[in-house]
Design a protein around this ligand. Structure first.
Ligand SMILES: Cc1cc2nc3c(=O)[nH]c(=O)nc-3n(C[C@H](O)[C@H](O)[C@H](O)COP(=O)(O)O)c2cc1C
Length: 284
């Protein structure tokens, strides 16, 4: 069994690296083979938006080594992402990787789901609203099922070693991934959230001021006040619409994205004529 850690921090001996290594020590103690890689060591170019990966299966025009990360994730049985919070989100390299995931994200049917966890060191309490959003998106497109998440408060390089609670949690999360692989139990073990799909607590309030939506999953429910406290109820059916469910992603690709190719090809001449002035305007 192989557990892979993805480090989204650039800092050498930073908190993400230390927490991930502690998690891997836990995993190793449970009998796993382990590996860690730093995303910033890889050349992850931007998605070129050419659409070839969607319309000509598995073709990517970007010449870099992102595919090596995909291969390592494919070869692993479980994954732990560790990345610091930068400006309320995860680091840009994580988003860059997400953008490159179209090539694998529309092709998930038949792929086994594997357990994954995310550990986020951060410095300021309350300054982490979007960190789990990005992890959720990345895991979803990579066929990883989130079984736990943790945000650990710590600031300077390597200071997390002074946070014994955080270190112990990382160790447990490493062991837990091994147990999830062994038992094939991919149920969520983390702190209770609100969204039944991604367990995050972020909500969008829709214009009727009653319907709420998980911005990541698109799952909708109703908000009310019960004894002065916010109560959110999701209908059972709402879960069937969760954006990243295998069948919903498949339908999105099959009925929304794939047919757009015909329109694109059909309008080629008209687009060419009408875009001419934009090609010429401010051309260097
Ligand atoms: C550019 C930058 C932006 C940051 N933004 C936030 C933030 O929005 N919220 C927060 O809690 N911490 C923020 N931090 C602090 C880091 O999340 C924190 O220091 C973390 O422990 C670093 O982990 P690392 O050592 O693995 O890189 C920021 C740090 C940097 C360098």
């Amino acid at each position: 069994m192989k557990i892979l850690a993805l480090n989204g921090s650039v800092r050498k001996y930073g908190n993400s690296e230390i927490l991930l290594k502690q998690a891997l020590m836990g995993a190793e103690a449970e009998g796993a083979e382990v590996e860690i890689l730093k995303l910033a060591d890889y050349n992850i170019g931007p998605c070129l938006g050419c659409g070839l990966c969607l319309f000509r299966e598995n073709v990517c025009q970007q010449k870099d080594n992102t595919h090596e990360i995909f291969e390592k994730v494919d070869a692993a049985d479980g994954v732990i992402l560790g990345a610091p919070c930068y400006f309320l989100e995860l680091t840009a390299v994580v988003k860059q990787l997400i953008d490159r995931c179209w090539i694998i994200g529309h092709n998930k049917i038949g792929k086994p789901q594997k357990p994954a966890s995310v550990i986020v060191p951060y410095a300021t309490r309350g300054w982490i609203p979007y960190v789990f959003t990005q992890a959720n998106i990345l895991f979803n497109v990579m066929c990883l099922t989130k079984i736990n998440q943790a945000a650990i408060c710590t600031q300077g390089i390597s200071e997390v070693v002074l946070n014994q609670e955080g270190m112990d949690l990382a160790d447990r999360m490493g062991r837990e991934i091994v147990e999830a692989v062994r038992t094939k139990d991919l149920s969520y073990r983390g702190e209770k959230g609100i969204c039944p799909a991604c367990h995050d607590k972020l909500l969008r309030v829709m214009s009727d001021m009653e319907t709420i939506e998980c911005p990541t999953c698109g799952v909708r429910g109703k908000l009310s006040l019960v004894n002065g406290k916010i109560d959110v109820k999701f209908e059972e059916k709402a879960w069937e619409e969760a954006r990243f469910r295998l069948d919903v992603s498949y339908n999105h690709y099959t009925y929304h994205i794939a047919p757009s190719k015909d329109y694109f090809l059909r309008t080629k001449d008209e687009r060419k004529t009408k875009t001419q002035k934009y090609r010429e305007y401010l051309a260097k």
